[in-house]
Design a protein around this ligand. Structure first.
Ligand code: TRP
Length: 331
């Protein structure tokens, strides 16, 4: 049976934390066994919000290395700006996509709110507005059957489906087909320091387990993680305790999870031990990833490999563009 196609992408955001890994990257790695996967690090998207040029370049390279350290195959990876066809297709799709639909995108509204809160001012780029069209171009470029993304990206994939229908209707073709969102149940990891909130870099360092973090800081964070603040009703597990159990389970330490859960259910005071269990699970996991990333950073040929895989993936993009130019009346 021929494998179906998958496309997904991630912004080069800087340090990756455990929530990012368990919510998306781990899934990307697994999907490679059963699908033809193409994964992008989308640096053009990162230009839609205020940014620093040098930081963008560093973050893009760092993200590529991190993904490979996590098990994404280099040949499945591309850097968006190494395939300028993405911007060309985005322009063409800009002339198909609906202005009104773009104004209704919740991520656009959220990001505007974020900019307005920020001291850097509330200047809103046109790129932020057409961001979902660039995303539609990323997706449609590779004719995927499935797009694995989180709930927050559902509306963007929906927009790309609408673009498909309008494109096909306008040009009387069946050239593009509608991509489907692929949802996977992933463990929800909360902040260590404030378990009522989702683990997020914007909360601050102490809230996150970073994927390539040094052992000493990691141990400190786990030791000071919030467990029970005393305001959880009798008979319920407090969010902090639940979160620590989730982390142990999500990293595959089932037997330890079971033992500790039994102890918890028997009513023992075991939070110290629970944290030790978290450290015992997380530290070796992070250490292994950090070592892998070090190897990649020392591999003098690594960037050549990434350029080569982007060039290979670019051929698919060039084919799509050739066909689209033909359909849409360009010379
Ligand atoms: N907008 C996505 C995010 O913020 C990133 C993204 C860009 C993407 N292009 C994509 C995701 C194509 C899936 C497919 O997470």
């Amino acid at each position: 049976m021929t494998k179906k196609n998958i496309l997904s992408a991630i912004q080069p955001t800087g340090q990756i934390h455990l929530g990012n890994y368990l919510g998306a990257i781990q899934n990307w790695v697994k999907l490679q066994a059963d699908y033809n996967c193409v994964y992008g690090v989308v640096d053009y998207h990162a230009m839609t919000m205020p940014y620093d040029a040098q930081a963008l370049r560093n973050n893009t390279l760092d993200m590529i290395m991190s993904l490979v350290a996590c098990g994404v195959k280099p040949e499945n990876l591309f850097i968006q700006s190494l395939i300028p066809e993405h911007t060309e297709l985005a322009w063409i799709l800009n002339c198909v996509a609906s202005y009104n639909e773009l104004t209704r995108q919740t991520q656009f509204k959220d990001k505007i709110a974020q900019l307005e809160e920020n001291t850097s001012g509330s200047f809103i780029t046109a790129g932020l507005f057409t961001y979902p069209v660039l995303q539609a171009a990323d997706i449609l470029m590779y004719h995927p059957h499935f797009v694995p993304v989180g709930k927050d990206q559902e509306q963007h994939v929906e927009l790309s489906r609408n673009v498909v229908n309008r494109f096909n209707y306008q040009f009387q073709t069946e050239y593009f087909h509608e991509p489907q969102v692929l949802f996977t149940e992933t463990p929800k990891v909360q902040s260590l320091a404030d378990p009522s909130k989702k683990m997020s870099k914007s909360l601050g360092e102490k809230h996150c387990v970073f994927l390539f973090e040094e052992e000493s800081t990691l141990r400190k964070k786990i030791k000071t993680a919030v467990t029970d603040t005393g305001d959880t009703p009798e008979g319920q597990m407090s969010p902090g305790v639940e979160n620590l159990f989730t982390i142990i389970k999500a990293l595959g330490n089932d037997s330890l999870h079971q033992d500790l859960m039994q102890e918890y259910l028997s009513g023992a005071k075991m939070y110290g031990k629970l944290k030790e269990g978290v450290a015992e699970t997380v530290v070796p996991f992070v250490n292994t990833l950090r070592e892998k990333k070090m190897e990649i950073m020392e591999d003098a040929d690594f960037m050549d490999k990434i350029r080569a895989s982007s060039a290979e993936i670019r051929k698919k993009a060039q084919k799509t563009l050739q066909e689209v130019r033909e359909i849409t009346g360009l010379i």
